[in-house]
Ligand binder design. Sequence first.
Ligand SMILES: [Zn+2]
Ligand SMILES: [Zn+2]
Length: 186
Amino acid sequence: MSTDRPLQSDSHRDRPTNEYTSDRDRSYPGDVARLNGHELVAIDEWLPGTEPTPYEIDLTDGYEYRTRYWRCRKCGQERNHRDEFTTPCDNPQPPTALEAGGYSIDDPRTRRALNEKLDVCFATVGSIYEVESASGNTYKVDIEATTCTCPDFEQRQPDDGCKHLRRVDLEIRTGLVPAPDGTFSR
Ligand SMILES: [Zn+2]
Ligand SMILES: [Zn+2]
């Protein structure tokens, strides 16, 4: 009996198109795993030589071989095999001061709070901080009452505070100046 089938058999047709490309062209973007609280990503590295065996190490030919290891993107630990992450991920990344304060870097007042030359002065224990701006004006920020004596705050009372309030709050959160009780965060 006759058939119109191509020479290639059905079992070959469904193979991925990169079947015959070199191993190196393959990527493993989906290789992530979670284990004991770790968020693991697979990292492939190419090393010169041939893969060492227990019997010989040969670096004389031009081959490369791929090694793979795993890194936790929360705690930064690295292991050769993902089942070696046997201890819990006990060092999660703390939120940044911006995240903790609920600020968005898209907000121009937050950008000014971070980028402008503002000197925060903590004189005595208490909630009042003095902020000297680049223009030489000094404003008083009360971090507990969330007030500032600058015109922006007094005239517009922006939701997350003026740039001086944000700067003081961020400097307390990052430990650059002490909190009102005199203690440093972190
Ligand atoms: Zn971890
Ligand atoms: Zn202000």
